[in-house]
Design a binder for this molecule. Sequence first.
Ligand code: ATP
Length: 394
Amino acid sequence: MSNIYDKWERLVEAVIRREQIWQMFHDQSPSVSSISSDFSLDYQVIDMPFDFSSPGGSSTYQQLFPPAVENLRKKETSVEKGDSGLVFIQGFNPAFDLDNMLNSIAGFLGKGTFGSAYMAAMDNGITVVLKRLNVVNMPEKKFRQHLEVIANVRHENVSALRAYYSSKDEKLMVFDHYSNGSVSAMLHGKNGENRAQLDWETRLRIAVGAARGIAHIHKQSGGKLVHGNIKSSNIFLNSQEYGCVSDFGMANMIAIPVIRTAGYHAPEVKNTRDASQASDVYSFGILLLELLTRKSPSHVIGGVEVVDLVKLVNSVKGKEQTANVFDVELLRNRNVEEQMVKMLQIGMSCVAKTPRKRPKMDEVVKMMEVDYERRNSETTALIEMQIPNCRLVV
Ligand SMILES: Nc1ncnc2c1ncn2[C@@H]1O[C@H](COP(=O)(O)OP(=O)(O)OP(=O)(O)O)[C@@H](O)[C@H]1O
């Protein structure tokens, strides 16, 4: 059965991939700048916000989806008898049901470490993201308990779980859809003239928001919770356009630890089970460096160059050279260089090699807020920040 399922997944993705390539050559892709030359169906990270409003976009995807939706629905009816169906998290309006949602799947957002993400746009105007987990092997009860913990983490900078569905062989999680796409898509999604403008203020709001969200997660469950997968494709903009952290708690649900190699993961993290609050701080530090340099620490679709950001920043010496690591677009913003350097210093303190030398997340928030509030109040006086273990020479 799971074999058939696997084949179905691969088939859907192959068709979608073909569609992306087709769109690329016909210059109709709403958001994909280019496609990696590796067309294999093995693990791929596709960071492609799907523009539902694009002409022809949704109908193309709807035509692609009926067999997939049908397959899911068949599975659902087979388990529905003894099952309560879609479970809504308290406080969220149960304005749709499972059938509704599956019928409204309008786009494939991408395949991540833990499964595939689809967008469902319902007639009542609600648009959600449906995450279909394919590597969870938790007993039903434990899975539900785990989701309770995730659901209880409510904060404006943490993407809220709205609903879930759980049966023996199907696990779905439902989140709000963020129409701007992820921070990864904003930073690396388009090249050349079409590239999204991301001024300093926006990047600061992304960074401050994400930091607050992570710090909040770290304070829950007696200060024991870990995000485990901080990266720019898991950060979105909330309604106030501040960073908002998603995908929290996924890493603990998978049966087999996933090997971590490059990009955002701290040197001590060899697989998902090694994640800690200190390793979240490290990953956040990489996110800061990514926001400042607009260089990607890991593979994203579009074939952008992957850069070891820690090495890059460590290689610069002196004030003049430091300016070279910043994204040129930021240098157009007046009077922000000093703040950028401070942010770089905070980022570098987070990526200290030894976990205990990294600041705690609430310390990071304080350091950033000092700078952010200073900017907002337009105070010109310099505020000295205590930044532990900063290796940057400026
Ligand atoms: N709520 C959301 N709104 C809009 N896009 C989303 C949402 N959640 C996920 N996405 C996008 O869907 C794609 C797949 O997401 P998913 O979380 O499954 O994998 P990932 O973030 O690429 O990797 P990982 O599984 O390691 O977190 C990504 O491009 C992600 O940015």
